[in-house]
Design a protein around this ligand. Sequence first.
Ligand code: TXA
Ligand code: MG
Length: 337
Amino acid sequence: MVAEILSTHTPELFQKAVRRAAELLRAGEVVALPTETVYGLAANALDEKAVAKIFQIKGRPSHNPIIVHVAGNAMAHDCVKEFTLLAEKFSNAFWPGPLTLVLPRAKKIPDSVTAGGETIGVRWPSHPFMQAVIRECGFPLAAPSANLSNQISPTNVEHVRAQLGSKISLIVDGGQSQVGIESTVLDLTVSPPRILRPGMIHAESLTAVAGEVQSPKSIVQGETARKSPGLLKKHYSPKAKLVVLYWRDEADLRLQVSSLKFQIPDCHVIAHTQIPADESFADVSVMPHDAEAFARALYAELHRCDQAGARLIIVEAPPADLPEWFGIMDRLQRAAA
Ligand code: TXA
Ligand code: MG
């Protein structure tokens, strides 16, 4: 199979792609669609067989539940047993947007979506294409990130094509993902609510809306990891070894590279403050200083390093104590695990 790639940059192309995606989804097929966080691999969330295809295509373990995407509050209410007052507060503040709410599930949601569990992760994405397809279908879409299991999430159509182009029939090009890392996952079945996966909607914004939330203790283990296996330590990894380092100056960086037993020409450096001038590094990318722009660019840099056959990716450590960087730090720690 070779995936057809449809553009969406004119109203006509957009409508044509909406109709084609909806047609395949109604027929129980799996298609790759843009969202504002990362690209998703979508199927009809109410069709057990269609959802099973997602697991098969990704090589995803069956114990990992899938987020269900909706267009509007009514559809979200339909997916859960009860849309609580707290859920109402978070949805009013952050939907449509990069926040997934975990709530007790409705009976009509198939077991495969929730991995047999009693809860469901629901999100109303803000990407106009995703919204239009869900509305056209009239049913919610189960969609994990559109990558092979354990690899880096795609933030543009080329990333999806490289990993899944021979396994699905349609990829819709909705441009570069605006957020760039996966949604914040917030468990509302515990009190106070607990962040299962940090993202660009960070703890302080959540707290401002609804009071106390529990933050993840960097990388989760034990019970939380069983509840939400996507949070396991080793996840979202590039093929190359990745380290997060802080260096005072270039001499310091060289010293650290040699103590890691790598050669300078093997190293791809992703820096934002201390930019090495030495041209013998395999590659040096200069990242933006602000967290939002950094998140938007990060996965494309990691995909690029992998494609270039990097042996070691060195990422300059982001600021450690600013909440807007916690989601980024989380992904870097996992990629380094
Ligand atoms: O931004 C996103 O969330 C993207 C786009 C496509 O929406 N989706 C995404 O899905 O990142 P995925 O499957 O790659 O990651 C979903 C994460 C996993 O860590 C999974 O374990 C967790 O959410 N999750 C899903 N449903 C859950 C549930 N009912 N309870 C706890 N964790 C859940
Ligand atoms: Mg994923």
